[in-house]
Write a protein that binds this ligand. Structure first.
Ligand code: HEC
Length: 628
């Protein structure tokens, strides 16, 4: 070990792997043949590889105490091997991961591992199902992402009789994605990398597909023509596939009848690429947005910043063949002058796409919301709503709301290492834009930003802003995160004053006039108690909202799902999911914060996913009238 380079990982005398300048180690198999000490020291490993972030919780970094109280040792291992901390886990041995998980949570992982994902196999075979109108499929109920359910099979008059029908427990501690209910099948992922096909009536399991990586996007189902697998005939057969994306940037296409993989494709070779927004299917083309965690990677001073650009990838849904890929950022790469750390920063980078694209069939356009920039190299396409031709991907217009939002984790205003000299606020468009034709007025594109501002854009005039309304203070965690729903007159949007460090903060459901942006009403989330106790009991509405003609559903970080009256916002019904439930698959389901896609309503069944990276939980709850 003579002459260790300051840029290369070095070995400590404990036989552990360290980085000369701490934060992250990247290279896999850093030391081939390294002799690992018999029992790795979890505390030392944590100090070397994790503490730089987790001992200084800020922005989106959860604190050590938070991780210790909200995560199980199995969750920590999942995070390091297939979840958000894969990069930080690179090069660790299985023993080192166990040592870290034990150190962080105070107990060793159970030897038996996770519960059997097929524990509650259905006794009846799965009937072939087909996509029909009124299904909940993909992100937004329709391709315009209105999140308006016109055939919910439930009205406000039924709410007093809405009862819990069954609860399913996901393996893992966090629930991502959004269930699709198509025909007689629920397709949902939860965490832990499994895609489940469940029966809507009983919650029993038809099949499980193991993706080998954390699945993040909502599920989308559609039909394709494929060569007949068994008989090798040239006659194609129609098969129904479910598409779902993972944390490693791979899109999976799985047969809905059998649960077998039909194809999978990595859509971006970048180390930090991941898929979070739902795919959408339009005119036989599948569109998948791509985002990244490079903001987190670049907190490591050794990391060469930056090289990722968010994109939309258009694919053949039957084969996964890439038709085109268009990045949000279009400017050529260039270098900034050396900064005070002697680093040369490349850009522009960033412009992640976290949300499902919105289809405008009349103009043959896709509308895409982009995230912030990672460097101070100028670009016109970050924090923007972008219109692209759905056939070719060609740019039609770009409406940028903040040209100066360059953000890297852990920078806190310092302009050293990879940090932007002017640090931006980390305001992304993380919610899908919504295309809507109000009953009285021209078509509108409603776009909500983490800044807390909602924009009414004019799709007929290049996305010109017709109005802008700031409805909550913005933050890195999102003043508005996963977005709202609309009906013919009003946009219903959840707001958040969530503070990650304390896990507290209020929120509201806000109703805005579609034509003018005027606030019609706002209902602060009541301070209901959380089943997990007063600590980390926040009332923010981060999850997306779902609307019907006479009910607006919104879930909050306090683990309550609430139904609001669209007329004046009074609460019609609520249910506390922040409890423990005996799940149909034989284990205990724990309700946590309601985040992300949250709830869908279809065929008289309200499906609520509970469990957030911010407040863990692993429950899928199904409600129906009288629990029938
Ligand atoms: C560069 C900063 C950084 C470093 C270093 C880092 N983390 Fe993290 N960690 C984060 C961020 C940011 C998140 C939240 C990720 C998200 O929201 O997707 C996170 C989340 C987690 C989570 C929760 C994942 C989940 O289930 O939601 C665990 C567990 C975790 N880290 C463990 C570790 C361990 C163990 C190490 C060291 C091997 C480590 N982290 C190193 C920044 C870091």
């Amino acid at each position: 070990m003579s002459n260790p380079s300051p840029d290369r990982p070095t070995r400590t005398r404990h036989g552990l792997i360290a980085c000369a300048r701490l934060v992250l180690c990247f290279a896999p198999a850093l030391l081939p043949g390294a002799v690992i000490a018999a029992a790795p020291d979890g505390a030392a490993l944590f100090a070397e590889r994790c503490a730089a972030c987790h001992d200084h919780a800020s922005d989106r970094i959860p604190s050590t105490v938070y991780l210790a109280t909200t995560r199980s040792p199995e969750d920590v291992i999942d995070a390091l091997t297939r979840g958000a901390m894969q990069a930080q886990g690179t090069g660790l041995t299985a023993e080192e991961r166990v040592a870290l998980a034990t150190h962080l949570t105070g107990r060793p992982p159970s030897a038996g591992g996770r519960a059997d994902p097929m524990a509650n196999r259905c006794s009846q075979p799965l009937e072939p199902t087909h996509v029909q109108s009124g299904d909940s499929n993909g992100w937004g109920m329709d391709r315009q992402n209105t999140r308006f359910q016109s055939q919910p099979g439930l009205t406000a008059a039924d709410l007093p009789r809405l009862k819990l029908k069954w609860v399913f427990a996901f393996p893992g501690a966090v629930v991502y994605g959004q269930p699709a209910l198509v025909g007689k099948q629920i397709l949902t992922s939860g965490s832990g990398g499994y895609l489940f096909s469940l029966d809507p009536n009983s919650g029993c399991t038809h099949w499980v597909y193991n993706a080998g990586a954390t699945l993040r996007t909502p599920s989308l189902v559609g039909s394709v023509k494929l060569p007949h697998a068994k008989h090798h005939t040239t006659q194609p057969t129609t098969r129904q596939l479910v598409w779902i994306g993972d944390d490693k940037g791979t899109l999976h296409a799985v047969d809905t009848q059998t649960g077998t993989l039909v194809w999978k494709r990595r859509l971006d070779e970048h180390l930090a690429a991941r898929l979070l927004g739902a795919p959408t299917l339009y005119h036989g083309v599948l569109y998948q947005p791509v985002s990244s965690l490079e903001e987190v990677y670049a907190a490591n001073p050794q990391y060469p910043c930056c090289s990722f650009r968010g994109s939309i990838v258009a694919l053949d849904p039957a084969t996964g063949r890439v038709l085109w890929k268009k990045t949000t950022i279009q400017e050529p790469w260039s270098d900034l002058p050396k900064n005070e750390s002697g680093k040369v920063i490349r850009g522009p980078a960033g412009g992640s796409v976290f949300s499902s694209p919105t289809v405008d069939p009349e103009r043959n356009l896709l509308y895409v919301g982009s995230g912030d920039s990672y460097t101070n190299v100028k670009t016109a396409s970050t924090d923007a709503i972008i219109a692209m031709n759905a056939t070719t991907g060609a740019r039609v217009w770009t409406h940028q709301v903040d040209p100066n939002d360059a953000w890297i984790m852990l920078c806190n205003g310092r302009s050293v290492d990879n940090c932007p000299s002017e640090l931006g606020p980390d305001f992304d468009f993380s919610a899908s834009p919504i295309l809507v034709k109000p009953t009285h007025g021209p078509q509108m594109l409603i776009a909500a930003s983490k800044s807390g501002a909602v924009y009414g854009l004019d799709p007929a005039h290049g996305g010109k802003a017709l109005w802008m309304r700031s409805i909550v203070k913005g933050s890195s965690n999102g003043g508005i995160l996963w977005g709202g729903a609309v009906d013919g007159t009003t946009a219903y949007i959840g707001t958040s004053e969530y503070d990650l460090a304390s896990g507290t903060g209020g929120g509201a459901l806000v109703a805005l006039d579609l034509v003018t942006g005027a606030i019609r009403w706002q209902t602060p989330t009541p301070a209901s108690p959380c089943g997990w106790g007063p600590a980390r009991c926040g009332h923010s509405v981060l999850a997306a909202v779902t609307a019907t003609a006479d009910i607006i559903f919104a879930g909050a970080m306090d683990g309550h799902i609430r139904a609001y009256a669209p007329t004046d916002g009074h609460i019609l019904w609520e249910f506390d999911v922040s409890q423990r439930f005996d799940a149909v698959n034989g284990v205990t389901a724990t309700g946590g914060g309601i985040d992300y896609g949250g709830q869908v309503l279809v065929q008289g069944l309200l499906l609520v996913q509970s469990g957030s990276p911010r407040q863990r939980g692993n429950a899928l709850l199904a409600f129906s009238v009288d629990g029938q």
